[in-house]
Design a protein around this ligand. Sequence first.
Ligand SMILES: C[S@@+](CC[C@H](N)C(=O)[O-])C[C@H]1O[C@@H](n2cnc3c(N)ncnc32)[C@H](O)[C@@H]1O
Length: 356
Amino acid sequence: MTLRFPFSICSPLPPNLASSLRRRFSASTPPAATALSFSQPPSSPTAEHLNPLFLRPLSFTASRSDLLDFRRWAESLALAAAPRLSSDGGPGEDLLRRELAWMLEDAAADPGVGAVRLRVELEELYRLWRERIEERRPLQYIVGCEHWRDLVLAVQDGVLIPRPETEMVVDLVAEVEGFEHGLWADLGTGSGAISVGIGRMLREGGRVFATDLSPIALGIARLNVERYGLKDKIELRQGSWFEPLRDVEGKLTGLVSNPPYIPSGNIPGLQAEVCQHEPELALDGGADGTDHLLHLCQGSASALRSGGFFAFETNGDEQTKLIADLMTTRWAKLFHSVKIVPDFAGIERFVTGFRR
Ligand SMILES: C[S@@+](CC[C@H](N)C(=O)[O-])C[C@H]1O[C@@H](n2cnc3c(N)ncnc32)[C@H](O)[C@@H]1O
């Protein structure tokens, strides 16, 4: 099996590099939808606590020279650590400088004269940057968000940071005839990224059931669903894979999943930001990484209606071929038009097809 680690769980780009490209890209796109959605007041005290840094109130101040001192200190800490971090696929000097700039962008507002206003105390910025460099805590967890498609999604420790290649799942759904009015399932929704992406395209009658075993993931998914005003389109359900979907068995227009697919033995060798901070529940796919994928393939036969569509993300290449082979041989009576779809990097990433 070809392994793409330790850079990311599923991308040849390190997650931090991928997000750096994304953030730059997103910054240049009109922020209308995201800014509008995120400007809504939080619906509960819990939601307030989970809010990304850039949404918190500007409750603190610091002098310009104190902030400059912080910046100098943070840069020197990053420069000294860069060779160590990049040795396992982590960020190098340039990316760390950009991450620092983004953190400050999210944390501070400069009125031009007088003191700088901050969303956290200056001491907290020191603590957060130490966590980034010394503990390798991903920047996305520190600032509490990730840019994905044209969305800005809340994330927190305990929830997988959505990856750029997964964006394509939403495009695969959009190609299905009549998808807008269908019943969809996003199994293992994590931050709710795929569900929000699909939910925004749905019309009359269209609905997504977003499931996850993790209550932490569902809490964040709920926040993202609410922020984007999709409560009437996306229903969150807790449980293992198909268990929470018994009432819609055989009725689904389509189902999608980016399940845990990393072979267990490869997890300790992943980039520290991934293996030390992202949830094992979101990564570990069993001995060869296919435990959950195989379960999902088999369960799809009962969950989908006749003609229903499925799309699964995999670890790529050989894992993709294995799943596609099974669906066209052992389960050929259940599925048709099974296809392997490459991601933007040309890696055979997705298996798609239809229920007979
Ligand atoms: C690779 S992550 C994908 C998250 C999100 N869909 C994305 O693409 O960013 C896999 C998700 O599956 C969830 N998961 C793991 N085991 C599960 C199970 N038995 N039933 C439901 N969800 C599960 C994890 O909690 C995690 O959120």
